[in-house]
Design a binder for this molecule. Structure first.
Ligand code: CA
Length: 703
């Protein structure tokens, strides 16, 4: 610890003058309002989630540039303690880097050397992992006036001392009896810590809260969807909007599954209009027919919502998907910019939400300026610029017939950050092309705490894609599933260049004044491209998949690029392709500089566990029942590389051990809770029958 302190002092002494200029109480985490508002002119630091309040993830640093990036090498790597997904964007303040890791832990390190200053390992109940739809990830911390704030997977907001890591306060922000989680990064605006939550798939009601940074007292809360009318108003900042116009856009018993609308990622402060812009998520359940009798816009689902930062009062909203029914969230990154459109400078908010259209919105009043598809999509003819509403393709609502929709719920763009370079005028988007067939789930039953969509995911209907059999049609779908890094011109709404990938889940991006775009990929590679034309200029193999947004900063005149490496997230849980069947290794934080010569230890050779084999035989009806339960409850977490492959788990060969895990919950602390609330012992045994049968089939296929 003593050595770390000395090294840290050397690292920070160069920036003391800067820190002294602000009215901050400490040199650790010396961020205040004035400094954050002027972050654009503080290129050495990465002071908030998207670097500045504008969240453009553009750095004015150009020491590393297109001419010398070939000399970029590893400066240091920090080992993390889990192989769960790493999605955080680190914060760098005056030579100190603060970052969160999976399972809601936080570290502070010397940003030049990686030496640890402190770590904070909060204890969260491992069983809460079962409420995390998309892995036990955490997307980052916020730093403000000597404090570090972060949310936890069990729904708390915690403040730490930036110098020591000591806990200052800890507040529960959710009803912990409900399947809420927090994965998003807090933001701090004018002394208030803003935090949302997750859980719309599990059945919750979304909201955003503002807490006093000094003491953790709740200042205001805004619900994004109405509650049960029988309970009356919430006494929250959102009451007026629901009473005046938003409440009447809901029908049916929507409150039974919370309604959804979680604010799980984007929270942006727009200083020019003194407003918060927040991104609101999908409905719960997804299916509009089940949720709201198929009627109404269901405000404020799938919306960008502008609120007063002091009171939480409603200012305006723009809804990208009225009557949302596909898991089309508008939680994706909101980036503020001033663009010249038709010869006029326009103050805009830009978003590439899940639905595949790129939206440019006037920040003054929330009016749509333009919207064009940045990815394949077949749910809308176009977005009407007069009304701001989509002109939908009616069949896309899959009310009567299954519909092969693109993008599916994973989205054309998920949480992986995009970046905007004012130098090139381009937005760099990690795009996904993932179609899937949706059908109305006529037999929908509520499973609070498990996935509730009201949608059946079928093999594509006959005629929708080439293929005589459902299997052939699925194989065709897989062949047209891919990802790409796309450079998008937001003024003319068109692609300028793109780099195609074979796997859709690609990493967040960083743009710099060195005319570089950085991006990591699930195969562990990290890349630098020429921001003007997409030419690949540099690559590094880090051995573990990268999803997170990279950052860049400067310490003592040396520029660094850093990124969290660690594969996971929703795709890490629910899907995989042949080359990623190795269980991912523990994550790392990687930092690079020119001439860096550190190395990553190569991973040991891949040794796949064999498929389990058994002499037992099962009745076809039992196997079919097991298959249905497997896809209802198991595949969402056990189809990807992160969690154990059940077809390779010896637990399946032992009926008593299987029962102890699935029904008694003996592995609850790993997130594998008891499924007794949702299935009975016969169904559990049927899943085992399916798993053993499927393991034998796959072994046969490989032979
Ligand atoms: Ca969702």
């Amino acid at each position: 610890m003593g050595m770390a302190r000395i090294a840290l002092f050397v690292a920070t002494i160069g920036s003391l003058a800067l820190a002294a200029c602000s009215d901050s109480p400490t040199t650790f985490g010396a961020i205040d309002e004035e400094r954050l508002l002027d972050a654009e002119n503080d290129p050495d630091n990465w002071l908030s989630h998207g670097r500045t309040y504008a969240e453009d993830r553009f750095s004015p640093l150009s020491d590393i540039n297109t001419d010398n990036v070939e000399h970029l090498g590893l400066a240091f790597a920090i080992d993390l303690d889990t192989n769960r997904g790493q999605e955080a964007t680190p914060i760098v303040v005056d030579g100190v880097m603060y970052f969160s890791t999976a399972w809601s832990k936080v570290r502070a390190v010397n940003a030049a050397t990686g030496e640890e200053i402190w770590r904070y390992d909060t204890v969260v109940d491992g069983a809460k992992g079962a409420h995390a739809c998309c892995d036990t990830v955490n997307r980052g911390v916020a730093v403000w006036e000597g404090k570090v704030f972060f949310g936890t997977i069990d729904g708390r907001l915690i403040a730490l001392d930036a110098e020591t890591g000591d806990e200052l306060w800890d507040v529960v922000t959710v009803d912990q009896q409900q399947p809420y989680t927090i994965t998003g990064a807090p933001r701090v605006v004018r002394g208030k810590v803003l935090i949302g939550n997750s859980g719309a798939e599990m059945g919750v009601r979304g909201y955003i809260s503002a807490y006093d940074a000094d003491n953790g007292e709740l200042v205001w809360r805004f619900y994004t969807v109405p509650g049960n009318p029988a309970d009356g108003p919430d006494g929250a900042a959102s009451d007026a909007a629901f009473e005046q116009f938003a409440g009447e856009t809901w029908f049916g018993d929507y409150w039974e599954l919370g309604g959804g609308g979680t604010v799980w990622d984007s929270i942006v402060y727009d200083a020019e209009f003194d407003q918060l812009l927040i991104g609101v998520g999908n409905g719960s359940p997804w299916n509009h027919r089940v949720r709201s009798d198929g009627k109404g816009d269901n405000l404020f689902l799938s919306s960008i919502l502008a609120l007063d930062p002091d009171t939480g009062a409603y200012k305006w909203h723009y809804q990208v998907n009225p009557g949302e029914t596909w898991d089309f969230t508008a939680t994706q990154q909101i980036t503020l910019a001033t663009l010249e459109i038709d010869g006029e400078p326009r103050k805009v908010a830009m978003q590439a939400p899940k639905n595949g259209f790129f939206y440019v919105i006037d920040r003054e009043d929330g009016k749509l300026i333009s919207a064009e598809p940045f990815a394949e999509q077949n749910w809308a003819e176009r977005i009407d610029l007069e009304t701001g509403r989509p002109v939908e393709i009616p069949e896309a609502r899959f009310a009567d017939e299954p519909y092969l929709i693109t993008p599916m719920g994973i989205g054309a763009h998920a949480w992986q950050p995009m970046s905007y370079s004012p130098v090139t005028g381009l937005v760099y988007i990690p795009v996904m092309e993932v179609p899937n067939a949706y059908a109305d789930d006529a037999d929908f039953t509520r499973n609070i705490g498990r996935w509730n969509t009201g949608v059946s995911f079928l093999a594509p209907p006959e005629g929708s894609v080439p293929g005589a059999t459902p299997e052939a049609r699925r194989a065709y779908l897989t062949s047209i599933t891919y990802g790409k890094l796309e450079a998008w011109d937001p003024v003319n709404q068109r692609v300028v260049w793109e780099v195609r990938r074979d796997w859709p889940w690609n990493g967040g991006t960083l743009a710099s004044a060195g005319n570089l775009v950085f991006q990591g990929l699930p195969d562990g590679s990290f890349h630098a491209y020429d921001a003007r034309n997409g030419e690949e200029l540099w690559t590094f193999q880090g051995e573990r998949g990268i999803m997170a947004g990279p950052i860049t900063y400067r310490v003592d005149g040396e520029q660094y690029v850093a990124v969290m490496a660690g594969y996971g997230g929703s795709m890490g849980m629910a899907s995989q392709t042949d080359w990623m069947r190795r269980p991912p290794p523990n994550g790392q934080l990687l930092a690079f500089k020119l001439g860096g010569d550190a190395i990553i230890e190569p991973l040991p050779p891949l040794e796949m566990r064999p498929y389990v084999a058994s002499e037992e035989s099962f009745a076809p009806e039992q196997i079919a029942e097991g298959q249905a339960q497997f896809f209802a409850f198991c595949s969402i977490c056990h189809n990807g590389p992160v969690n154990p492959d059940l077809m390779r788990s010896t637990v399946a060969t032992d009926a008593a051990a299987w029962n102890a895990v699935v029904m008694d919950g003996i592995l609850a602390q790993n997130g594998m809770i008891s499924f007794a609330p949702w299935i009975n012992a016969e169904q559990s045994e049927a899943v085992r029958a399916y798993v053993l049968t499927e393991a034998a089939r796959r072994q046969e296929e490989e032979n």
